[in-house]
Ligand binder design. Structure first.
Ligand code: IMP
Length: 428
């Protein structure tokens, strides 16, 4: 593993089980870096009987001796970050070392307020179904070049100047566009200074820290959040998040060059889910969708919203392989399919009477496609106790092999339950 750099990405609409795969690999890696998104993510790691949900902290935080990094591409809600750190400290589990990039942007209180108001303004037909964590408005400020970065929290004068400028505009929008009360400067300023004091010990040049680790031959895991189909460029626009969950986002958001990446590991759930609005060709509105939701516990780790559920979509998965350059698949939640007599797989779409084998991020078109399915036999036995590929029932092995053939990518990890040990490793 010396000097190895892996990127972990979600190959669907997020919630593929990235946390548990990162956790499974983190033991062998030295540095774990979150590179985009923010507290809209919810990465669940289960150790023994304990469940940890990380929204901002890298999922490697439970391992002692690891270096965990929040990269420049992440938008940081300091209240959430400090809460997660405090929880770990109180439980005596703050075993890893944390570095937060000074260049990461700060989710300010007005970003969260605006996230909710913007959604309301878009109305039922246009709403995105955001997590209301202020993610979109924070990235808007970043790209509008008015954002406040973590490093700004450490300089009272810079912070005062940037915050007063931002608040002037935000308060105009709040009062004149949304007819809401303006926000008070002093309260936010004091809060932001306190964030700066609390975060100061962790702030550093994250890109440099990662590079130094690489120079020392250490291995790096770039932990993506959300999923390919939520990418602002490659996802089902406009029903996307505001950052880049794809593998190239890993380079950008961690400050690491593309030539350094060795492997791109695509996390694929054995079926599909989506939370929030937007097209989902293989969604099952019937009893099979409800079965997957109940059995898979498909309720948002961040918002608690029920997730929409459906069948594996090979058109979308081949696309994810292409835009990310996936070199290995980690297939999660295979056990959720136990007990189904048949398992459907979407192999192509039909649009206006024509067969379509390539995915499109055009939401208007995608919402009109009809999925074409193939059916594979299911299996009746429970697989949560299987610890090798050979121990799986033949039908489950066939499902895995089908995915490998259809994508041309090996399935190198199979999750058969939520616990750390319920993992079949096949060369990862
Ligand atoms: P935002 O990222 O909160 O702006 O939400 C934009 C879209 O991305 C919405 O459809 C959310 O439901 C979805 N989304 C954001 N984060 C996650 C995630 O971690 N898992 C799944 N969906 C997410």
């Amino acid at each position: 593993m010396a000097g190895q750099v892996d990127v972990i990405i979600g190959a669907q609409w997020g919630d593929e089980g990235k946390g548990r795969v990162v956790d499974a690999l983190a033991g062998r890696m030295d540095v774990i870096v979150r590179y985009q998104g923010g507290a809209n993510a919810g990465h669940t790691v289960i150790v023994g009987d304990e469940k940890h949900v990380f929204h901002l902290l890298p999922s490697g935080m439970l391992y002692s001796g690891k270096l965990c990094v929040i990269g420049n591409g992440v938008v940081v809600d300091p209240d959430q970050l400090l809460k997660e750190l405090k929880e770990l400290q109180e439980q005596g589990k703050d075993r890893a070392c944390l570095v937060v990039s000074g260049a990461a942007h700060v989710v300010m209180p007005y970003h969260k307020v605006l996230d909710g108001l913007d959604e309301k303004f878009r109305g039922k037909d246009r709403q995105i179904g955001t997590t209301k964590r202020g993610i979109g408005p924070c990235y808007v400020d970043k790209y509008n070049r008015v954002g406040i970065r973590i490093e700004d929290l450490l300089d009272a004068d810079v912070l005062r100047e940037k915050l007063s400028f931002n608040l002037e505009i935000k308060n105009l929008v709040l009062s004149r566009v949304y007819d809401e009360s303006p926000l008070a400067f002093d309260e936010i300023y004091e809060k932001a200074l306190a964030w700066g004091r609390a975060l100061a010990p962790y702030v550093d040049d994250a890109s440099l820290v990662v590079d130094q680790a690489l120079q020392e031959g250490k291995s790096i895991l770039l932990e993506g959040a959300q999923g390919t189909l939520l990418d602002a460029d490659h996802g089902t626009y406009p029903f996307v998040t505001s950052s880049h969950p794809t593998a190239s986002g890993g380079c950008l958001g961690a400050g690491i060059g593309p030539t350094r990446i060795d492997r791109v590991i695509g996390i694929v759930k054995a079926y599909c889910t989506r939370v929030g609005d937007g097209p989902f060709p293989t969604e099952d509105h019937g009893e099979k969708g409800a079965y997957l939701r109940d059995k898979g516990g498909e309720f948002g780790a961040t918002t608690g919203r029920p997730r929409r559920c459906g069948w594996l979509d090979m058109v979308a998965l081949r696309y994810a392989v292409r835009v990310n350059g996936i070199t290995a698949i980690a297939l999660t939640k295979l056990d959720v399919l136990d007990g189904l007599d048949e398992i459907k797989i979407c192999t192509a779409y039909e649009i206006d009477g024509k067969k379509q084998e390539n995915f499109t991020g055009n939401s208007t078109v995608l919402s009109r496609v009809r999925p074409l399915y193939e059916s594979l036999p299911g299996w009746s036995q429970r697989i949560d106790g299987c610890r090798s590929f050979e121990a799986l029932p033949e039908a489950a092995r066939n499902y895995v092999t089908y995915i490998e053939k259809a994508t041309g990518v090996p399935v190198a990890l199979i999750g058969v339950g939520p616990k750390r040990e319920q993992t079949i490793l096949r060369g990862l």
